[in-house]
Design a protein around this ligand. Structure first.
Ligand code: SAH
Ligand code: SF4
Ligand code: F3S
Length: 446
């Protein structure tokens, strides 16, 4: 099996990216090598998402194309991993007989064993147990070369069962990792050159550990920010119902904690929030935002929202628009509600028409575009600290992000990459800022 090449395609959220990094490092450390071109792969791994209908459809079309490749090369091994794999299990095998294995997120630790068995006996596998704890990460020296930012998963799964959401069914019950493991992984990432860590969890702020010592999310943040060599700490995704006063105060107290929070609100009408089983009201959500801005006026606030939840009326939708106007988010991820089989909302009546969902979504996105642009323009003339991550997408410039998580492109040479620099913002665009270098490592350059 060793010396075989693998190609990995990741769809879905940061959790899946983290899992793909885990798999990649675990395979490389056992002698496999990664290729970026499908043509040269002995093994193809597709890490899937099923949170909405769209990513599910995208995964099916990719699996269809991969299956065709196997008709040309029967020695190819194809595995589907991730949340769609967990949800569909054997069904995927039936629909795509070319697949060799289907593996859920909690079984990823078995990858080498399963590949070996496929190679020696030609067996097929469906590994979708949800009981195991998430696998222990492997750090492969040099894997993060050239990277400045990295993810660290501190908890897996979710116990909230929001009525529309498939995640608790495909990621299992909430389980936190021990503070010892987390600190070791954070130190490893830093020694591999990572300067900014983003802590990950579906419900990251409900982290708790009840060992000899009791830990919660705030104590974990305090401990991680003490690590030498770490310049910045972020976390995602937070749930409004678990956003404590102590956590809000961390944005004022902890220098390395970036002034940014991703705090999904999902809907602006209380009756809809109730049917979604979110556990807060719009008033409570607005109060949290006001508190965050009191502690940290420059905090970047981003969120998730959906339109067309079953029973959402035009008035309910107006309440969503109204909340967006009141809060003034820096940016928003917005989605059309889609039924997820097995969830409570899928069984609810009073479904909203596709056409209504589409028109609500575009009205919402138009409103948010105006707000995002206005907020980015308001930064013109300000000096902001930027962690330089690499070259900008357009080329000719370097690029990084502000603490509030906005992309800034500016002219500078590659020696600034991995450093914190101060940039004067010259132009605010819809999705990024353009700036001019002001300070580099606290020495005046302009
Ligand atoms: N754990 C995070 C987000 C998980 S999924 C949280 O608690 O908020 C990412 C986003 O997908 C959600 O915030 C929600 O806006 C959206 N989403 C989840 N299920 C959906 C569904 N059935 N239809 C449409 N959007 C959905
Ligand atoms: Fe899904 Fe709700 Fe859990 Fe987020 S908190 S993962 S939306 S069930
Ligand atoms: Fe998708 Fe699974 Fe993430 S369903 S959003 S990849 S947790």
């Amino acid at each position: 099996m060793q010396n075989k090449t693998f190609y990995i395609k990741t769809m879905g959220c940061q959790m899946n990216e983290y899992d793909s990094d885990f798999l990649t490092q675990s395979l490389i450390s056992s002698g496999f090598s990664r290729v970026d071109n499908l043509k040269y792969a002995d093994i193809i791994l597709i890490n899937t998402c099923t949170v909405r209908a769209k990513p599910e459809q995208k995964a099916y079309s990719l699996l269809g194309r991969m299956s065709e490749l196997k008709q040309e090369n029967s020695g190819l091994i194809i595995g589907v991993i991730g949340c769609l794999a967990q949800q569909k299990g054997h069904e995927l095998m039936k629909r795509f007989p070319q697949l060799d294995f289907v593996m859920g997120p909690r079984e990823l630790g078995r990858i080498k064993e399963i590949l070996r068995r496929i190679d020696t006996n030609g067996e097929k596998f469906v590994a979708t147990h949800l009981e195991p704890a998430p696998p222990q990460p492997v750090i492969c020296q040099g894997y993060f070369d050239g990277k400045v930012t990295g993810y660290l998963s501190i908890m897996e799964g979710c116990n909230n069962f929001c009525s529309y959401c498939i995640v608790p069914y495909v990621r299992g019950r909430e389980i936190s990792r021990s503070p010892e493991e987390i600190m070791i992984e954070a130190k490893n990432l830093i020694s591999e050159g990572i300067k900014e860590i983003t802590l990950l969890g579906q419900n990251v702020n409900s982290y708790r550990w009840e060992g000899v010592e009791k830990w919660n999310f705030v104590s974990l943040l305090r401990e991680i920010t003490k690590l030498d060599g770490l310049l910045r700490l972020r976390f995602t995704t937070s749930h409004p119902k678990d956003l404590s006063e102590q956590l809000i105060h961390c944005f004022g107290d902890l220098d390395k904690l970036c002034p940014h929070i991703h705090l999904p609100f999902q809907a602006g009408a209380n009756l809809v929030l109730k049917r979604m089983k979110r556990g807060y009201t719009r008033e409570k959500y607005i109060d949290l935002i006001d508190k965050l801005r009191t502690v940290r006026p420059d905090i970047g606030i981003t969120s998730d929202v959906m339109v067309g939840f079953p029973g959402e009326s035009e008035q309910d939708f107006d309440m969503t628009l109204n909340l967006i106007k009141r809060v003034q988010f820096d940016s928003l991820f917005s989605f059309k509600y889609s039924d997820r089989k097995g969830t409570l909302a899928a069984k609810m009546g009073d479904k909203v028409d596709e056409a209504d969902k589409s028109s609500r979504l575009s009205a919402l996105q138009n409103l948010q575009k105006q707000i995002s642009l206005k907020k980015n323009r308001a930064l013109e003339g300000k000096r902001l600290e930027v962690l330089v991550e690499g070259y900008s997408k357009r080329g000719g410039q370097i690029s990084g992000r502000t603490g509030s998580n906005k992309v800034v492109n500016f002219i500078g040479d590659n020696s600034y990459i991995t450093n914190l620099v101060t940039v004067t913002i010259k132009h605010g665009f819809l999705n990024s800022l353009h700036g001019e270098l002001f300070f580099e490592n606290n020495s005046l350059t302009g």
